[in-house]
Write a protein that binds this ligand. Structure first.
Ligand SMILES: Nc1ncnc2c1ncn2[C@@H]1O[C@H](COP(=O)(O)OP(=O)(O)O)[C@@H](O)[C@H]1O
Ligand SMILES: [Mg+2]
Length: 309
């Protein structure tokens, strides 16, 4: 356990009656780490986040914030957490500034300077003195994140913060979350069903299925684990024939898809294989190292039948 560990979850479980929502969850998040929580609807993401932020009681297990047990040190722990779970609610007839001042002052004093700094960080400075009822959904999401950040939390927990945002809004949120993590050293736990967002944002990906963690690794590790059929590929319109030639001549096991032959090799041998296939009059449209997107990796892990959303 590193001493920059902000959150540790040990054997965490939640049952509603006899129905399991989540069970036996174990993971930790370091300062500055962006931890992506990925799973289908009903997998248990929100339930887990509610227990971590102290909004829901755990049925079993423990949550530690900077080494302190949440259940025994509720106030001390929750003060170190900023969160946005479900859509944030604000007073529509107050301005963004007034809302931040009101919600910020519930716990402790916030200064004008702090509010304006946070507004700038989330890209709301120009509109912070407008009434919230004039805000777009994306602006409300940003105000929600601003509120979560007001007290300089060590841990930021965001449940689907990109819901309802357009591509531009998503890109901006991604950029400032990266700044928050890297410049301020905040540990960020974020759930989203949009794989491409998680892929470019997160350091670690945790996949939850039916209340249990099925995979928790760095993005690179997840992709590597998916290279089951080989490290390299050759793209051709004759993958079966090409695959057979490679098996015979180079004594390798290959995997074949509709457009590709996949096999384990290195760059030097790949070049020899390309020369050989070309001599055999196999048209080659592309070749290289296999690099899965998170979406492909996710489908390999979870299976194509389970839908993500
Ligand atoms: N208040 C509740 N009462 C009973 N069951 C619940 C309650 N909240 C969530 N659940 C159930 O717990 C499981 C996990 O839900 P949730 O954490 O909301 O999943 P996710 O956020 O991944 O979509 C689901 O089966 C859901 O129906
Ligand atoms: Mg949810």
């Amino acid at each position: 356990m590193g001493n920059n560990e902000v959150l540790r979850v040990k054997n965490l479980s939640k049952f509603y009656g006899s129905r399991r929502a989540v069970e036996g969850l174990n993971f930790s998040i370091r300062a500055g780490e962006i931890f992506g929580f990925l799973g289908a609807n009903g997998a248990g993401k929100s339930t887990t986040m509610k227990m971590i932020t102290g909004l829901a009681k755990q049925s079993g297990g423990e949550v530690f914030i900077e080494g302190k047990r949440l259940s025994k040190n509720h106030k001390e722990c929750t003060e170190k957490i900023g969160s946005m779970i479900e859509t944030p609610r604000f007073y529509p007839y107050l301005t963004g500034y007034q809302n931040l001042k009101f919600f910020g002052s519930l716990n402790q004093k916030v200064t004008k300077g702090q509010i304006l700094d946070i507004a700038e960080l989330v890209g709301l400075k120009a509109r912070i003195h407008d009434k919230v009822k004039t805000y777009s959904l994306g602006m409300k999401q940003r105000l929600g994140i601003a509120q979560a950040l007001l007290h300089n939390p060590k841990l930021l927990v965001l449940d689907e913060p990109t819901n309802g945002l357009d591509a531009n809004g998503i890109r901006e949120i991604k950029m400032f979350l990266q700044r928050v993590a890297k410049e301020r050293g905040v540990a960020i736990m974020i759930s989203s069903h949009i794989l491409s967002i998680m892929e470019s944002l997160c350091d670690t990906i945790c996949i939850i299925e039916n209340g249990k963690i099925s995979e928790i690794r760095t993005l690179d590790e997840i992709k590597k684990a998916c290279n089951k059929h080989g490290s390299h590929y050759i793209k051709t319109d004759k993958p079966n024939y090409a695959g057979m030639l490679i098996e015979e001549r180079f004594n390798k096991k290959v995997g074949v898809t509709k457009t590709k032959v996949l096999f384990d090799t290195n760059t030097k041998e790949l070049a020899e294989i390309i020369v050989y296939l070309t001599e055999c009059k196999i048209p080659i449209f592309g070749a290289g190292e296999v690099d899965y997107s998170l979406e492909e990796a996710y489908l390999e892990i979870v299976g194509t039948n389970s839908e993500i959303k």
